[in-house]
Design a protein around this ligand. Structure first.
Ligand SMILES: *Cc1c(COP(=O)(O)O)cnc(C)c1O
Length: 384
């Protein structure tokens, strides 16, 4: 299958018809345990915390989409993060982007903060970050690109090369691009990370995480910790993601097509101070985006004129854009990071990185474009 295209792999790898019945849709192996013919003699499955055939199918499919040898699937993006951190020696230095998912920030800053020496830095400054990596020799470089919610883009090739030179593990949180638009392992990263709760599953009905790698030793460690800590993905949720990922390519193309038009509409609107979308030439890292991504995705951040008051009025008066946390579902979502997803970051920290009270984040869905624009028009019409 390795020479097949993306959608062919998404549909067929891990999706072979069931051998015992011929069922085309893969079975949900809703079992905790497996029969043994003699003590210790089994078919590769002993207990579902460790392995489950539905989860194995999903892992096989996802590996093929990121051009990876291995994939670990867990019950949430955050549990995947926690497991990756278990593989990093305690006391080590970790260099991490300064604009990251709020939950990642919370884990690093309030749960395992005493276990590592975290250095948060603006990784869009390539030269300064390379210098820091050479000087501090971290055990881990954690990049999110594009970032949530500011859509900052880091030079993955240059930064992972620097981290490889000091034998650091590099992780790229690829949640916003999905494997369809960006393949960090091909760009030099050790691990590609996904919250599959977002685009990979794509239907806002599952929480799940995944890490892909070509490093077999590291993968064995991750599996050891997954089994020891226990955040295993259920058979049913594995099956839902296996189904969701089949349409990833067509969904991502439509998300992007709509997002590009919405971004242009926002950029020309008098009540908008600034729009951030990697596909706009006004994006500060537009050139890097073009070089390492094959598309620009469906996430847009914009700053509305009139501060918190207009933010609130706008959010209360759109209806197709559902006011909710999360992103990457087929339906359009809208949210206010300072109050909602990123409230766990102290206000002073937020303002320092530009996460202000007039910032609104859109996850542009796959609805008809004219309806989305009309909805946004209604939001602006209610503003002062
Ligand atoms: C949602 C998200 C996570 C965390 O994943 P969960 O599945 O919610 O645990 C991590 N990184 C990014 C960029 C996210 O958007």
């Amino acid at each position: 299958m390795s020479n097949h295209g993306f959608s062919t792999k998404a549909l067929h790898v891990g999706n072979k018809p069931d051998e015992s019945t011929g069922a085309v849709s893969p079975p949900i192996y809703q079992t905790s345990t497996y029969v043994q013919s003699s003590p210790g003699k089994h078919k590769g499955y002993e207990y579902s915390r460790t392995h489950n055939p539905t989860r194995s199918r999903l892992q096989e499919c996802l590996s093929s989409l990121e051009n990876a040898k291995h994939c670990m699937v867990t019950s949430s993006g955050m549990s995947t993060t926690h497991i990756i951190m278990q593989c990093i020696p305690k006391g080590a230095t970790v260099i991490c982007g300064d604009d990251i998912y709020g939950g990642t920030f919370r884990l690093f800053n309030t749960v395992i903060d005493h276990e590592y020496n975290f250095i948060f830095t603006d990784t869009t400054d390539t030269e300064a970050t390379i210098k820091l990596v050479k000087e501090k020799k971290p055990a881990l470089l954690w990049l999110e690109s594009p970032t949530n919610p500011l859509l900052k883009i880091s030079d993955i090739v240059a930064l992972t090369e620097a981290s490889n030179q000091v034998n650091a593990v590099s992780v790229v949180d690829n949640t916003f691009m999905s494997p369809y638009f960006q393949k960090p392992l091909d760009l030099g990263a050790t691990i590609t990370y996904h919250s599959m709760s977002k685009y990979i599953n794509g239907h806002s009905d599952v929480v799940a995480g995944a890490a892909m790698t070509n490093d077999s030793e590291l993968y064995d460690k991750m599996l050891y910790f997954q089994n020891s800590i226990g955040p295993n993905q259920s058979p049913f949720d594995s099956w839902l993601v296996l189904r969701g990922v089949k349409t990833l390519a067509v969904r991502m193309d439509k998300h992007e097509e709509n997002a590009m038009e919405v971004a242009k509409y926002l950029e020309s609107h008098p009540l908008v101070e600034k729009v951030t979308y990697p596909g706009l030439t006004s994006h500060p890292q537009h050139d890097i985006a073009k070089s390492q991504m094959s598309g620009f995705g469906g996430m847009i951040t914009f700053f509305i004129k009139g501060g918190i008051e207009n933010s609130r009025l706008f959010l209360e008066n759109v209806s197709l854009f559902v006011l909710a946390e999360s992103l990457g579902g087929v339906e359009s979502l809208i949210e206010h990071p300072a109050i909602m997803t990123h409230a766990s970051i102290p206000k002073a920290e937020r303002e320092k990185i530009g996460l202000t009270d007039n910032l609104i984040r859109l996850s542009v869905g796959i609805e008809d474009l004219k309806d989305l624009i009309e909805d946004l028009d209604n939001g602006f019409a209610a503003c002062k």
